[in-house]
Design a protein around this ligand. Structure first.
Ligand code: AMP
Ligand code: MN
Ligand code: MN
Length: 316
C-alpha cells in the first residue's frame, strides 16, 4: 500500500479531523488548507481548519468564515499539517497535531523533518497546493471551482506568479483547466499577488531606503523593526515580499531581510542562481527551499546580520 492509500484509509476511518499549517501563513498555507477543507467535506467529512491569524488579502477565499482560531477538541482522530516543514513551525497549534491519534504531513519543503506518522512530501513541487492537487486526483475528488481557486492561490503565491523554476507543465495544465471551468485567473492573480496593502507599501519603502550591499553587490541586506510595523499599523503578512526588493537588483545573488519579532528576529533569504539558501538557513536552525528559505533567531537584528553575513561569505 502506498502512503496515499494509507492516508486515504485514515481519512475514511476518522470521525474528527483537524487541518493545520505553519505560523505566519502565506497564500500556499491558506490555499492548501482551505482546498483540503473543501475536499474533505466533499468526501463526507466534517473537518476543522485552525488558523489563528492570516493576511486579510486572502479573506475572499471560499469558506474563510469557517476557519477556526482554536478548538475545544482535545484529541482529534486525525491531524493533517500542510505546507509546514517542522513541528516547531506549527508553533501555537502544535498541540492539536501532537495530541492527535494519527498525524499526517503533506508538504513540499526539502527540509521537512518527516514529523508525521505518515508523510507525503514532494520537494520538487513548486507549491504544497500542487502536491495536494495530485493527491486529490488520486482520491478521485472533483476539483470544483472553490477547490480550484484555493489551489490556484497557493500556486500563484509560491511561484511568484508562475515565474519560479519549480513551475512545471502540470502547473499550466491545471491553470488551463481552471480557465475552462470559468475561473477568472487574472482576477485571482491580482487579488493574491499584485495588490499590496498600504502598510506593505510603506514597509517596503522603508526597507528599500535602508538596503545595503555586501560582497561586491552580490548580497543585499535590509530589515524592519517592531516600531516600523507599529508606525504603519501593519497587519498579518504586511512584511511579505519585502525580501524580493533586494533579490531583483542586477548583480545580487542573495537577498536577506530581517523582521524584528517579539522573540528576536525572523530572517527571510532568497537567492537567484547558485547559492542554496536552504542550506544556509538549516545551519542557523531554519530551512526552506533552495532559492527561498528562512530562520527564526533569538537575538538582535545586528547580531543576526553579523552571523548571517559570515555564513553567506563562505558560499557566495
Ligand atoms: P519566508 O522567507 O518566511 O517566506 O520563507 C521562505 C521559505 O522558507 C518558506 O517556504 C518557509 O516555509 C520556509 N521557512 C521559513 N522559515 C523557516 C524555518 N524556521 N524552518 C523551516 N523552514 C522555514
Ligand atoms: Mn508557506
Ligand atoms: Mn509552500
Amino acid at each position: 500500500m502506498s502512503t496515499l492509500d494509507n492516508i486515504l484509509e485514515e481519512i475514511k476511518k476518522a470521525e474528527t479531523i483537524v487541518i493545520l499549517t505553519h505560523e505566519n501563513p502565506d497564500g500556499d498555507a491558506i490555499g492548501t488548507a482551505l482546498a483540503l477543507y473543501h475536499s474533505l467535506q466533499q468526501m463526507g467529512k466534517n473537518p476543522d481548519v485552525i488558523i489563528p491569524e492570516y493576511p486579510r488579502i486572502f479573506a475572499f477565499l471560499p469558506k474563510t468564515d469557517e476557519i477556526k482560531k482554536e478548538s475545544a477538541v482535545e484529541k482529534y482522530d486525525l491531524a493533517i499539517s500542510v505546507d509546514c516543514a517542522t513541528i516547531k513551525m506549527l508553533n501555537g497549534f502544535a498541540n492539536y497535531f501532537e495530541n492527535a491519534k494519527v498525524r499526517v504531513s503533506i508538504d513540499h519543503h526539502s527540509t521537512n523533518t518527516m514529523f508525521g506518522d505518515l508523510n507525503y512530501v514532494s520537494p520538487d513541487a513548486p507549491a504544497c497546493a500542487q502536491v495536494l492537487l495530485g493527491i486529490l486526483e488520486y482520491f478521485n475528488v472533483e476539483v470544483t471551482k472553490d477547490i480550484g481557486t484555493c489551489i490556484l492561490t497557493g500556486i500563484i503565491t509560491d511561484t511568484g506568479g508562475f515565474k519560479y523554476s519549480g513551475v512545471t507543465s502540470e502547473t499550466f495544465q491545471f491553470v488551463a483547466g481552471l480557465m475552462e471551468k470559468g475561473i477568472n485567473v487574472s482576477k485571482v492573480y491580482r487579488k493574491v499577488l499584485q495588490t499590496k496593502t498600504r502598510a506593505n507599501f510603506e514597509l517596503t519603502r522603508l526597507a528599500a531606503d535602508r538596503l545595503e550591499f555586501f560582497e561586491d553587490g552580490k548580497v543585499a541586506f535590509t530589515y524592519i523593526t517592531k516600531e516600523d510595523e507599529e508606525k504603519v499599523n501593519a497587519g498579518s503578512g504586511d512584511h511579505e515580499g519585502i525580501v524580493e526588493t533586494g533579490r531583483d537588483i542586477e548583480g545580487v545573488e542573495v537577498s536577506i531581510f530581517i523582521r524584528e519579532t517579539e522573540k528576536g528576529c525572523k530572517v527571510s533569504m532568497r537567492s537567484n542562481e547558485y547559492v542554496n539558501v536552504s542550506d544556509v538557513c538549516l545551519l542557523l536552525g531554519g530551512g526552506g527551499h533552495i532559492h527561498a528559505a528562512g530562520v527564526s533567531m533569538q537575538c538582535s537584528i545586528e547580531q543576526a546580520k553579523e552571523k548571517i553575513l559570515r555564513q553567506i561569505k563562505a558560499v557566495i
